[in-house]
Ligand binder design. Structure first.
Ligand code: OGA
Ligand code: MN
Length: 229
């Protein structure tokens, strides 16, 4: 006996099979689900130990090596600002990280980032197509005044990502707190975040104003943005 499958039936089966394979391929990740839920609810999330102690040690080694090589340039805001004005707004020095030329520590970093981005794109339709990350060092007495991470002529930055690489014994007295300015039913509230090593903060670039309080001890981090288009 010949079984003749109607073309439409065949296409329907194929569609269902595809959906099943997609579902099998997808493993729910509780950490990422928490991140998504937090950002949806409060526009930010704080994840302690997003990076393991070993990863932080490796990344801290990398940032300090490059700092000693003098590879950092003075960070600039926007495009053509006067240096004095820039210093009165932000005092960190930065170095962009190139994924194509990543060292071992940076590769570990990008593996985790890419995994997260893949998950966000699959589950949230965020359409993150680009990313950019830089090391940032805040020397003693520097800060970054209250600001928004989006430039007037560029709204592609969707999520801001900060990861702290400070030493294990980092104390709150070292300063350099990140302050997020949140909206609580029209009332502004400050969320103070200490830059403990391995801690990651992710927030909505276009919504949350924030600042870095003056630093008493050199403060180490990686900052980056997940971007659309
Ligand atoms: C920035 C920034 C916050 C932080 O680089 O734009 O706001 O905690 N960084 O380092
Ligand atoms: Mn910022």
């Amino acid at each position: 006996m010949v079984i003749r499958l109607h073309l439409r039936t065949f296409l329907n089966i194929k569609q269902v099979m595809n959906q099943i394979f997609e579902a099998l391929d997808f493993i729910e990740n509780p950490l990422y689900e928490q991140i998504i839920e937090d950002i949806a609810k409060q526009k930010f999330t704080i994840i302690d130990n997003f990076f393991s102690e070993e990863e932080v040690v490796a990344l801290r080694g990398s940032i300090l090596d490059k700092y000693e090589e003098d590879a950092f340039k003075k960070a600039a805001i926007g495009n053509k600002f006067d240096e004095v004005i820039v210093r009165s707004i932000r005092g960190d020095v930065i170095l962009w990280i190139e994924e194509a030329r990543a060292n071992a520590a940076e590769s570990l970093f990008f593996n985790k980032i890419n995994d997260l981005v893949g998950y966000l794109n699959k589950t949230c339709f965020l359409g993150i197509l680009h990313k950019e990350f830089h090391y940032a060092i805040y020397p003693k007495s520097t800060f970054y005044k209250r600001h928004l991470d989006t430039f007037k002529n560029d709204d592609r930055r969707k999520l801001s990502f900060v990861c702290y690489l400070n030493h294990e014994d980092w104390q709150p007295e070292n300063g350099g707190e990140l302050v997020l300015y949140l909206d609580d039913n029209g009332k502004e509230v400050e969320k103070v975040v200490y830059p403990f090593p391995g801690r990651v903060v992710i927030f909505e670039s276009q919504i949350l104003e924030h600042e870095v309080k003056p630093v008493n001890t050199k403060r180490l981090s990686i900052t980056g943005w997940l971007k659309t288009r």
